[in-house]
Every structure is written in C-alpha cells, then in structure tokens.
Design a protein around this ligand. Structure first.
Ligand code: CP
Length: 304
C-alpha cells in the first residue's frame, strides 16, 4: 500500500488528528467549493447495516464533489468467492481512488488496504475500530469545551464489544483527555485499563466528576450470549435517567454514537437534558468525513 488510509485513529499522529478537527471546523463554518475531490471516484462498500455512517459519508462525498458509487450488500462478487485482494485490484483498475468500507469482520479494511492502490477508510469493522465516529466525538468535545486535553470523559456500557469505545480511547488519549471506562465485569474486563484509562464499576460515583459521558449501545444479543443477566439489571446499574442526570457536574454533556436503545442505556429524560449532544455529533459527522477525504486525497504524499 503506497497511499495513506484511515483504518484506526492510531494511523494518524496527534498533530494530524488536531489538523483534521481544525479542517472539519473550517468546513462547518465556511463550506468549501464542491470540487475538493473533483474527478475522484469513491466506492462505498458496506456489508453491515448503517444509517448514520453510510448517509454521512454519502453527503460528505457529495459536498466535496466526488464521483460516488455505492455497492449494495450482496452485490459485490466477494459473495461469489472473489478474494478481497482481487476486489481491491479490480476497483483500482477502474480508477477508484477511495474505498469507504464497513464490515462485520474485524480487520477487513486492513486486508483491503494491503492490496488496494488507493485510500481505504474504515467505517466500522467488527468489534475493532470506528475511527470517523471517534473523530466526530472529539470534534463535539472540542467544540463544547474549547479543548480536549485535561477533559474527563466517561465511556459507559459495553466497552468490550465496542469499536466506538476502542477508537475513542485512542483519540482521547492522543489528545490528552482522562478516560474512565464504566461497566459491569462481563462487558469491561479490568485488563482494559491502561495509562490514562481507569476502570470503574459504579456509575453513580463517576457522574459528578466528569465533563462528558459517552453512552454506548447495549446489544441485545449479549443477553443471549449470557454476558448480561438481564436488560433490567443493566438498566438498574448503568442506565442514564433523571436521577443520574441530576448528579452530573454543571456544564457536563451526554453523548451517544447511536443507534440508542430507549429504556436500556438511557431514558427519555436524556432527550430533554440541556447537555444532550447526539444531534450535534451527527451533524459534525459530515464535516469530519469531508475533512478526512480531503486530507487523505489532497495531502502531499510522504517525502514529496
Ligand atoms: N454510529 C454509527 O456507526 O451508526 P450507524 O451504525 O447507523 O452507522
């Protein structure tokens, strides 16, 4: 692979992450001409359901003037036994410069990038990574607080199976935030702690001491997989409701990558909370994705 891709946030230095956030802020304040990616062909290759990420990339690609092809799930010849490498070679031969991909298998975008002479953007792979979600979360925090360094951010819920959590931890630590991971033992092994990342089981003890709470979706299949006793049990200990919102520090915000399960990780009280930032996150997603596309395609190659 000779061109840069975004497979996870550790592909970028902290300066590059900061630069992409600045570029996204610039695009939000002053939309660029629709020619940043003129004559650049982008293929959206999604093998897993997506409302936010798929639509957001499609809008972002339109706004930078790319030529867009969406290959619907089941339509690619991977289903007929074509290898990932041959798919990559085939798309590159047609002049495709960027592939945006989501796949249920962790590592799929890495294998694609090994053989693709172009840029691959990971739009979510298995439990592994979701770097553009983390970037839009960082932009939301930065826009709210004017900085990331020193912020205290709690990620709450199914950390173990969350690609959003993994990419966010990388991004938050790269920019100097303090991270607290909160959840039950089965969804958050103690081994996930690390430098600047601590583990807490008691959400009520954490809430008064953070600037932002990032809720994660509880996947109902975890009950079937016997890693949670019941949704009721999870809700009793970790659901954000009116009582827990009242315990937050003044000015604290609540975020969620979506889709959210009403009644499980949050109650409807959250939607009326002044610090609920879900819509802001979604809106920033378009600008962050425009910025990533512009950065990857238009930045000078290394050594140039
Ligand atoms: N946040 C997120 O990835 O949502 P979608 O699954 O709808 O893309």
């Amino acid at each position: 692979m000779t061109r840069r891709s975004l497979l996870d946030l550790d592909d970028f230095t902290s300066d590059e992450i900061t630069g992409i956030l600045a570029r996204a802020r610039r695009f939000a304040a002053d939309p660029p001409a629709r020619d940043l990616l003129r004559d650049v062909c982008v293929v959206n290759l999604f093998f897993e359901a997506s409302t936010r990420t798929f639509t957001s990339f499609a809008i972002a690609e339109q706004r930078v003037g790319a030529d867009i092809v969406a290959l619907p799930p089941g339509s690619s010849s991977l289903g007929k036994g074509e290898t990932i490498a041959d798919t990559a070679i085939t798309l590159a031969a047609m002049g495709v410069r960027v592939i945006v991909t989501r796949h249920p298998e962790s590592g799929f975008p890495y294998r694609l990038a090994e053989s693709f002479d172009g840029h691959v953007i990971n739009a979510g792979d298995g439990r592994h990574a979701h770097p553009t979600q983390a970037l839009l979360d960082l932009l939301t925090l930065q826009s709210e607080f004017g900085k990331i360094a020193g912020l205290r951010v709690a990620l709450v819920g199914d950390i173990l199976h969350s690609r959003v959590a993994r990419s966010n931890v990388i991004g938050l630590r790269a920019l100097g935030a303090d991270v607290t991971l909160v959840g039950p033992n089965t969804l958050l092994p103690a081994a996930m702690a690390g430098p600047g990342v601590r583990i807490e089981r008691d959400l009520d003890a954490v809430l008064p001491n953070v600037d932002a709470v990032m809720l994660l979706r509880i996947q109902r299949e975890r009950i079937a997989a016997a890693v949670l006793p019941s949704l009721e049990d999870y809700a009793r200990n970790y659901r954000l409701d009116a009582r827990r919102l009242a315990a937050l520090a003044p000015g604290a915000i609540v975020m969620h990558p979506g889709p959210y399960n009403r009644g499980v990780e949050l109650t409807e009280d959250v939607f009326a909370f002044a610090g609920w930032r879900y819509a802001q996150q979604v809106a920033f997603g378009v600008y962050v994705r425009m910025a990533v596309l512009d950065f990857l395609v238009n930045a000078p190659p290394p050594g140039a």
